[in-house]
Design a binder for this molecule. Structure first.
Ligand code: ADP
Ligand code: ADP
Length: 224
């Protein structure tokens, strides 16, 4: 199984127990993690993304120990936090080109093809020369996906992506995720039932740091 989470617990210094012996296996392309605010979703996502450590428990991604082999895992995953960073004044085109160089794609022809394909895939071709700082919320989210895809990841983690998007941007973004989900494992963390229902083939409901229900959206949502 691609991603296995075993007995994960996390208590913050203020005494909040965000994860309570949580176990989950994520083997399908589009996995939804649904839960109210404060359920522990971001803590779980950040832990999988190697940005914080649990107190106890293990996570394995394709045979790689996520908690111990951070550098290896970072090359396998893309993470879109809820609000990711400050947006520079440079354009999407320049930023992706720059990131491709950093990644070692030094042949300019190869780089051009790669960056152009990503801009088309994420529907940013029209605005590729505009500064990222002028992008709408939906455009920023799609740019985040383009940036994540550049690394050719096996797993993409998306935290509350549709919060603050208008309906048409939301649909555009969900369609993009579902297209990506054909090739890559996508974990979608959200408190919006419809996002999971429309997109995911498996899901879990998280509440108070624990898995309440797990299964296909049809199975799980009818038990609610
Ligand atoms: P969700 O993403 O589902 O809203 P979080 O993982 O952000 O849940 O939060 C789970 C619980 O842990 C909440 O009660 C939250 O306030 C608390 N929490 C999250 N991050 C921290 C932190 N850095 N320090 C203390 N408490 C935190
Ligand atoms: P989410 O919407 O994912 O639950 P929050 O708004 O709870 O995120 O948290 C935003 C940031 O504040 C995160 O970095 C989180 O770790 C931190 N945080 C959340 N709750 C607390 C808390 N009770 N004490 C300290 N930091 C917290």
């Amino acid at each position: 199984m691609p991603l296995t989470i075993n007995g994960l617990s996390k208590t913050y210094p203020n005494g909040v127990q965000a994860l309570k012996n949580l176990s989950l296996t994520i083997g399908n392309n589009m996995f939804g993690l649904l839960g109210p605010n404060g359920a522990g979703k971001s803590t779980l996502m950040r832990t999988i993304a190697t940005l914080q450590e649990p107190d106890t428990g293990e996570i394995w991604l394709d045979g790689v120990n996520v908690i111990k082999q951070k550098e290896t895992v970072r090359q396998l995953l893309g993470y879109l936090p809820q609000e990711f960073g400050v947006y520079p004044k440079i354009s999407a085109l320049d930023m992706l080109n720059h990131l491709a160089v950093m990644k070692g794609v030094t042949k300019s022809g190869e780089r051009k093809d790669m960056v152009e394909a990503l801009l088309h895939q994420t529907n940013l071709w029209e605005v590729r020369k505009k500064a990222l700082s002028t992008y709408s919320g939906g455009m920023k989210q799609r740019f985040g996906i383009a940036q994540a895809l550049l690394a050719n990841p096996k797993l993409i983690i998306v935290d509350e992506p549709t919060a603050g998007l208008d309906p048409s941007e939301r649909h555009r973004f969900l369609n993009l995720l579902s297209a990506i989900g054909r090739d890559v494992i996508v974990i979608l963390s959200t408190h919006i039932v419809e996002d999971v229902h429309e997109l995911c083939n498996r899901m879990a409901i998280i509440s108070n740091g624990e898995v309440l229900l797990e299964g296909s959206p049809t199975e799980v949502l009818e038990k609610l």
